[in-house]
Ligand binder design. Structure first.
Ligand SMILES: [Zn+2]
Length: 267
């Protein structure tokens, strides 16, 4: 499931398309459009130039412009959310279509393709920056940029389990199951620990671990299953902690399977 590092990878994909004018819009399956018909989407995007993409949490926004060198606030913006199986591909060499390609923006230089097996209505066409700001205002600060004091306030303001709190996009945007488990394991914090009971040192540990995990994963464009990472072992049959060798545990927290080490992450 795409998390912040994956979307950061998609941002780099979209950046390759930036500056290209959309000559043709192909809506191969309108099931990925949200709040806009295929017709209106085509008319809104065709002929416009793709601007510099911007990510917030798991959202990616591509501002459009008609003439001039810059996107104006009253020009449309395409917003992508990748749901469970979505992704962006840049195809400049006439590569054959994938059967899950749903929307294709064809420019002179190549095609930006939105691929999604599940079709979870991930594409919106916003009328301008006001609508984009409103969309992003529903989210917490981006996890890659949140400062330690702010994270402390966000965590200390709730009795919820720290894992649930970090997964809540309205609290902090961009984290998902893998990045949160990896972060809490590194910080030696139990996923069910109460957010308001975390010590300042624990918050500092979570912040530092989160920044490291996000920086290294974003470089890869996904959360890498390295041998020294929890992520590298979570799917092993007899999964052991790469730090202490203890058998890893699995528990449901916030509706998702948490993987954690009972030795390193004590309550
Ligand atoms: Zn351990």
């Amino acid at each position: 499931m795409p998390e912040l590092p994956d979307v950061e990878g998609f941002r780099r994909v979209a950046a390759r398309a930036a500056g290209g004018r959309v000559r043709r819009v192909e809506v191969l399956d309108a099931g990925v459009l949200n709040g806009v018909t295929a017709d209106r989407f085509r008319r809104g995007v065709r002929g416009r130039v793709l601007g510099t993409p911007r990510r917030h949490g798991k959202w990616l926004a591509v501002p459009l412009r008609t003439d001039g060198r810059r996107h104006r606030a009253d020009e449309p913006v395409v917003a992508f959310h990748f749901g469970m199986t979505g992704g962006l591909q840049w195809c400049a060499g006439g590569e054959p279509r994938h059967r899950f390609d749903r929307v294709v923006l064809a420019t002179d230089r190549g095609e930006l393709r939105f691929r999604d097996m599940r079709k979870l209505q991930g594409i919106r066409l916003l009328s301008g920056d006001d609508e984009l700001d409103a969309l992003f205002a529903e989210l917490g600060p981006d996890a890659a940029g949140v400062a330690r004091p702010e994270l402390g306030e966000l965590l200390h303001g709730s009795r919820a389990a720290v894992k649930s709190r970090l997964m809540d996009q309205t609290v902090v945007a961009g984290l998902g199951n893998l990045t949160v488990d990896e972060t809490l394991w590194r910080a030696r914090v139990h996923p069910s620990a109460r957010s308001d009971e975390l010590s300042d040192a624990a918050v500092g540990g979570v912040h530092q671990a989160m920044r490291t995990v996000l920086r290294q994963s974003s470089r890869a464009g996904y959360v890498p299953g390295r041998p020294s990472w929890l992520t590298g072992h979570r799917d092993d049959t007899r999964a052991a902690c790469p730090r202490c060798g203890t058998r890893l545990r699995r528990t449901r927290v916030a509706g998702r399977t948490s993987v954690w080490c009972p030795n390193c992450q004590q309550r």
